[in-house]
Write a protein that binds this ligand. Structure first.
Ligand code: NAD
Ligand code: UD1
Length: 338
């Protein structure tokens, strides 16, 4: 079975390529390298010992993408390609709607014309907004997004759902990720943010490696056990394995399936700082700053549905997440630029 991975040179996509190849799938990658390095492909091949068919193609390039489908004839698509920075999406909404929505419309059009109607889509816990209840189940109300990035995820979930409703030959899996961190055990692939990181773990590892002076903790007056924000951090390799398990929901007649991919455990910002220091022996100086606009107090999943229906459960604990994030950062202080 052959899987086409859009955005396969990115953070989650690259880890998923490894797990797909380890599980015996053939893989082709499409990525425009807007937020990824071409070095990733060589590193993937070094990890798995298998070749990866790579196409530097933008998913909005209908002709280029059609050629890839004609050449590769994939059975299914795992669709990661998109823009993902929350703050940037507020400043550049048009670019986010255009890339994420238009890109997915062109991708799915090419797919149906080439007779491939199986797709797994990267959604996000962001569709739950400030969650109505915790732990968050898949039934938790949605559509209270606070930024254009979040709205693109919410709209794309609707678009893919409608495609399936109109044409039941489409098998669609929507995966709502919580907070992916960590890296592959080899330390050769990992998260490579542009500029100053927005997300917590890459910020911490850049403080630890000496690139940034100290962590700014955004608020310690939330209604949580220590006042700092609580999130459901999940090891990116566990997340990647969730995609391999989700492929079983693309069998003919599977229809539409929706899963949270999280651990079900919430850690505060200060819990993460402490876990990182314990796991690595490296101190992370921090200061308490005001809350970040748009942040919520607490967000963690109920991962029960994925366990019951996909037989998937996150295996790595917070210590492994910290150790592996640190191995990647310390072996590659400049990310893929080294
Ligand atoms: P990433 O930026 O590392 O990977 C996305 C990849 O898509 C990049 O390699 C980029 O070059 C490529 N890309 C972007 N637009 C493209 C286009 N038009 N054509 C071809 N390639 C294109 O991001 P990631 O963290 O690996 O996230 C992957 C997916 O998961 C994204 O859709 C993201 O929104 C979603 N997601 C991520 C998180 C997270 O915390 N990282 C959480 C929830 C959901
Ligand atoms: C953010 C996005 C969310 C996206 C997710 C994964 C926002 C508002 N939300 O979630 O849509 O799906 O990333 O990519 O940006 N923190 C600090 N200092 C920092 C960075 C973060 O204290 O320098 C705190 C935050 O306040 C939060 C926690 O760490 O409590 C996690 O933050 P982050 O990694 O940015 O993820 P989310 O805010 O959960």
């Amino acid at each position: 079975m052959k899987i086409l991975v859009t955005g396969g040179a990115g953070f989650i996509g690259s880890h998923t390529v490894v797990e797909l190849q380890n599980a015996g799938y053939e893989v082709a990658v499409v990525d425009n390298l807007y937020n990824a390095s071409p070095k990733v492909i060589g590193r993937l091949e070094a990890i798995t010992g298998k070749t990866v068919s790579f196409y530097k193609v933008d998913i909005r390039d209908r002709e280029g993408l059609t050629k890839v489908f004609e050449q590769e004839k994939p059975d299914a698509v795992i669709h990661f390609a998109g823009l993902k920075a929350v703050g940037e999406s507020v400043r550049k909404p048009w670019e986010y709607y255009e890339n994420n929505i238009n890109g997915t419309l062109i991708l799915t059009d090419v797919m149906r014309k080439c007779g491939c109607k199986n797709i797994i889509f990267s959604s996000s816990a962001t569709v739950y907004g400030d969650p109505a209840f915790i732990p968050i189940t898949e039934e938790c109300p949605k559509g209270t997004c606070t930024n254009p990035y979040g709205w693109t995820k919410w709209m794309l979930e609707q678009i893919l759902t409608d495609l399936h409703t109109a044409d039941p030959e489409w098998n669609v899996v929507l995966l709502r990720y919580f907070n992916p961190i960590g890296a592959h055990k080899s330390g050769t692939i990992g998260e490579n943010p542009n500029g100053i990181p927005n997300n917590l773990m890459p910020y911490i590892t850049q403080v630890a490696v000496g690139k940034l002076e100290k962590l700014h903790v955004f608020g310690n007056d939330y209604n949580t056990h220590d006042g700092t924000g609580v999130r459901d951090y999940i090891h990116v390799v566990d997340l990647a394995k969730g995609h391999v398990c989700a492929l079983k929901k693309l069998e003919p007649g599977s229809g539409l399936s929706i899963y949270n991919l999280g651990t079900g455990v919430g850690y505060s910002v200060l819990d993460i700082v402490k876990s990182f220091e314990e796991a690595t022996g490296v101190k992370v100086p921090y200061v308490i700053d005001p809350r970040r606009a748009g942040d919520i107090a607490e967000c963690y999943s109920s991962p029960e549905k994925a366990e019951k229906e996909l037989g998937w459960k996150a295996e790595n604990g917070i210590r492994e997440m910290c150790e592996d994030a640190w191995r990647w950062q310390s072996m590659n202080p400049k990310g893929y630029e080294d």
